[in-house]
Design a protein around this ligand. Structure first.
Ligand SMILES: [Fe+2]
Length: 310
């Protein structure tokens, strides 16, 4: 078990090494899905061509129950045209706003599917909500790998480290690869602020602590966000920023905002937010590693909606 301070120090060291050595910096491509405001990243090592796909999107039309693969196929096209070899499909957390395309991409491209170890807690909470029965394993076994805080990994020559950043959900992880940090749903662009903390298992106080942990990384650390919703006065989508910009300008958590101030702001704001349109299908499928529920005896897979339970 790695101590949290040691994990953070190791991440800062890794970032500094990559800032000094171009060969340790990843090539990063972001693919924005406008219907769920999600950014999928392909992170690759320019030398070995090994790559990771972070937070992929399966297109899903809720009204008809139809899935499609336009977003995922754009990623496949990029992978193939750059001759990349996919080693990892990484989820920063079990998303509540889109279904993961990881199983589809894994079938086409190979690579291991990974998420944070605390997914087990999320599976427990939502397994109960969806009355998933004993055949639904609540042990993370739907994934090939479960990351813990401070765990290191490689993508070719690139160094990676996983940091546990709970608050939005108990299982959220940030992945530091070279000098870049993929921060999932913690912080958004400085003019938009932070992720909500009101889903089952979410906690605004934990979220603040996780964000401040990320913002203690070196100033020039490149931060890549999971979502963008534009912001008043900004007409373009954006998903890349730095630690320095966030510490100076983030409307929710810039330097000087106290934990108590943040918690009060976050909780009162969350009380006004509607549930994401796709929360029920998304969570139900994503806690299964992105696999649809087993088809019933007519061969059709069904997604449940719990009535008056949330
Ligand atoms: Fe999320």
């Amino acid at each position: 078990m790695i101590r949290a301070e040691d994990a953070l120090a190791a991440a800062a060291d890794q970032i500094t090494r990559a800032q000094q050595n171009k060969g340790l910096r990843p090539t990063i491509a972001g693919f924005f899905d406008e219907s769920t405001n999600t950014v999928t990243y392909v992170v690759s090592d320019p030398t070995s061509k090994e790559a990771a796909i972070i937070d992929s999107v399966l297109d899903f039309e809720a009204a008809s129950g139809r899935t499609s693969y336009g977003s995922a196929d754009r990623v496949i096209e990029y992978i193939n045209s750059n001759n990349l070899k996919v080693m990892w499909h990484i989820e920063t957390h079990a998303h509540a706003d889109h279904i993961s395309a990881a199983p589809y991409l894994q079938e086409k491209l190979g690579g291991k599917l990974a998420i944070g170890r605390e997914i087990i807690r999320v599976q427990d909470v939502f397994g109960k909500l969806f009355n998933a029965g004993t055949d639904f394993e609540r042990d993370g076994s739907q994934f090939d790998h479960l990351f813990v805080d401070g765990e290191t990994f490689k993508i070719g020559e690139l160094e990676g480290i996983a940091l546990h950043v709970p608050g939005h959900t108990p299982a959220d992880m940030a992945f530091i690869i070279g000098d870049a940090a993929f921060v999932g749903d913690t912080i958004f662009m400085p003019d938009f602020g932070t992720a909500r903390a009101d889903f089952p298992g979410g906690d605004a106080r934990q979220l603040f602590q996780s964000i401040r942990r990320l913002l203690s990384l070196p100033d020039a650390t490149r931060l890549f966000l999971c979502h963008d919703y534009k912001a008043p006065g900004r007409d373009e989508f954006a998903w890349e920023t730095t630690v320095k910009q966030q510490r100076e300008d983030n409307v929710h958590v810039k330097d000087g905002v106290t934990e108590d101030e943040f918690v009060e702001m976050r909780n009162s704001r969350d009380a006004t937010l509607a549930m994401p349109a796709l929360i029920m299908p998304s969570v139900q499928v994503n806690i299964r590693g992105g696999r649809l529920p087993e088809p019933e005896d007519n061969g059709v897979s069904y997604i449940k909606i719990p009535v008056n339970a949330v």
